[in-house]
Design a protein around this ligand. Structure first.
Ligand code: F6P
Length: 341
């Protein structure tokens, strides 16, 4: 068999460990031929590929980013070729000309949608979910999330000492456009006092009252963790807006920090390396069985798979009753509303 591997969407720690897991298992255990496809789906169209050997896949386990390069281009939405109308035919033709028996698509929600389309077009596809946001439906966890939570938690830890020394409010914005998983986990792990996630909304007056209440309880500093996707008035940046509102209403000196792409760059944590390796190896096992059109996933402590068509166009958001939120509320953490305080 000859298989291709591509990476698409935003990068995240653990992609190279996944490429290695897929590729080494394919070459060493199944005797497959493996090629790397550069820059996402357009790499198929432009036949921008390189052969992988066991040797070329060495030394990448702990490397951040993706050795294949990535792109957010959506082949069915954005004009990638001169002949836009025939993009489906062109993709299929290029896939056949490359002599591929399967393409492994490593990516986030956008990638899952595209992977499902090309699978329905007749290509053999196996998808591997990746995103620091942990918002892919059908898997309990995505690789990259643990690394991002580690980085965000360390940042919150560091803000604690300076916040308490100056008796300030520190607002920290972490990634998570639709889902607040990083804010929730890093916020809880870092001992955040207020955690705001897009799924729950917030009442800024309640947040301000909560901070004043803390001050009255001889806690003159507060850590506020916000996900980048929380709602703000038109054009207002989350951390900046929340910090401004807190300062204006409470009179407490307030600073904001936006963690940004620091959360996405650099080496994967050991947990993410293991997860990537397990998912990658399982992807190759599915290929060897001809079990295509699937996304590998985590269910409890097991690696499993689900049909790609069940995943495409869905998001895994924090649901009401999430246990971490419930426990947090019982401990007096504010999730944007004063109902529990
Ligand atoms: O997809 C993960 C993510 O990190 C989101 O949390 C964030 O909104 C987005 O990527 C940022 O993407 P870009 O690097 O394209 O600005």
């Amino acid at each position: 068999m000859r298989i291709g591997i591509l990476t698409s969407g935003g990068d995240c720690p653990g992609i190279n460990a996944t490429i290695r897991g897929v590729g080494k298992t394919a070459i060493m255990h199944y005797g497959m031929e493996v090629i790397g496809i550069h820059s996402g789906f357009k790499g198929i169209l432009y036949k921008d590929v390189e052969p992988f050997t066991e040797r070329s896949l060495s030394g990448i386990l702990n490397l951040g980013g993706t050795i294949l390069g990535t792109s957010r281009d959506k082949p069915f939405r954005k004009k990638l070729t001169a002949n836009e109308d025939n993009v489906r035919e062109e993709l299929l033709k290029a896939y056949n000309e490359l002599g591929l028996d399967c393409v492994v698509c490593i990516g986030g929600n956008g990638t899952m949608k595209t992977a499902n389309v090309i699978s329905e077009m007749g290509m053999n596809v196996i998808a591997v979910p990746k995103t620091i946001d942990n918002d892919i439906w059908g898997t309990d966890i995505t690789f990259g999330f643990d690394t991002a939570v580690n980085i965000a938690t360390e940042a919150i830890d560091r803000l604690h000492s300076t916040a308490s020394s100056h008796k300030r409010v520190m607002v920290i914005e972490v990634m998570g456009h639709h889902a607040g998983w990083i804010a929730l986990h890093a916020g809880m792990a870092g001992g955040g006092d207020v955690i705001l996630v897009p799924e729950l909304g917030y009442n800024i007056d309640d947040v301000n009252d909560f901070i004043l209440l803390r001050a009255a309880r001889k806690k003159p500093y507060s850590i506020v963790v916000v996900a980048e996707g929380i709602e703000t008035p038109e054009g207002k940046k989350p951390a900046e807006y929340i910090a401004k509102m807190i300062k204006k209403s409470t009179g407490i000196d307030t600073r904001e920090t936006v963690l940004g792409h620091i959360q996405r760059g650099g080496n994967p944590s050991p947990f993410d390396r293991i997860l990537s390796t397990r998912l990658g190896s399982h992807a190759t096992e599915l290929i060897s069985k001809g079990d295509f059109g699937k996304m590998v996933c985590v269910k409890g402590s097991q690696i499993s798979s689900i049909p790609l068509k069940d995943v495409a166009n869905k998001l895994k958001l924090i649901e009401p009753g999430n246990d971490l939120i419930e426990y947090g509320k019982q401990m007096g953490i504010c999730f944007g509303h004063l109902e529990n305080i």
